[in-house]
Design a protein around this ligand. Structure first.
Ligand code: SAH
Length: 228
């Protein structure tokens, strides 16, 4: 983790210091995030290294920011909420993320799970995320250039799947990767609601069958098919 001195050198004004990050954690607590493991993971990941230098002073505001290619880095509250829903108070062995983007949520997940698999459809973003994650020396992450709305052609068995792009329907080909008791967390469009708006939804494989629960209203970039 960068020291305050390093951060100051990078931006010249200290808006990316560990204190700024600590204030963001306090705001997340006020907004109802109470999973200490998740809060510690968010505190461990310097969000400013995931955005362009010109945007670094806004990196700890609770807003999504552009990362190029028409995509965004997710808002810290959303990353915290999705990670907490994926964990549901359990220790996670492995997690699959769909939509790596610049790798911010990947890094947060890598701090709460033993291994993170992450798939991204835009090749240039896979390369960007790889550079970002290498700079944090995170070794428990596997990145793949692929389309996470379809079967990935991999033999995976994970405790949780976190989809970080807005889906119009549940990507059912992925459900077979979940271990029994596993959960998928995704922004899912609801019938009759405004276009571009989704609900964070938890899909759980219970012994009694598939349970679905729609929670907070959110706005994500769309889950698209095919590679770019
Ligand atoms: N997890 C990121 C969020 C990035 S935005 C973060 O922490 O900030 C969502 C990402 O999902 C975009 O980069 C977009 O290209 C990607 N995406 C959209 N549809 C996809 C698909 N079918 N498979 C893989 N990635 C996809």
């Amino acid at each position: 983790m960068a020291t305050q001195g390093d951060d100051r050198q990078r931006t010249g004004i200290g808006m990316t210091s560990p204190r700024t990050r600590a204030r963001m954690i306090e705001r997340l607590r006020e907004q109802g995030i109470d999973d200490e493991v998740v809060l510690a993971a968010i505190n461990a990941v310097p969000r400013h290294i995931f955005v362009d230098e010109a945007l670094a002073i806004r990196a700890y505001d609770d807003v999504p920011l552009p990362i190029g290619h028409g995509q965004t880095i997710s808002q810290p509250w959303v990353v915290a909420r999705m990670t907490a829903l994926a964990r549901n108070g359990r220790d996670l062995d492995s997690v699959l993320e769909v939509g790596t983007g610049c790798g911010y949520q990947t890094a947060v997940l890598a701090n709460v799970a033993r291994h993170v698999y992450s798939v991204e459809r835009i090749g240039a973003l896979v390369a960007k995320a790889r550079r970002n994650l290498q700079s944090l020396k995170l070794k428990n992450v596997s990145l793949k250039h692929g389309d996470g709305s379809h079967d990935l052609g991999e033999a995976l068995a994970v405790d949780a799947i976190v989809v970080t792009a807005g889906a119009t329907h549940v990507p059912t080909p992925l459900l077979r990767y979940l271990k029994p008791g596993g959960r998928m967390v995704l922004p899912l469009a609801q019938p009759g609601e405004e276009r571009g708006l989704q609900r964070l939804t938890v899909i759980e494989l219970t012994p009694a069958g598939i349970k679905e629960q729609a929670l907070d209203a959110v706005r994500f970039v769309p889950l698209l098919s095919g590679l770019a």
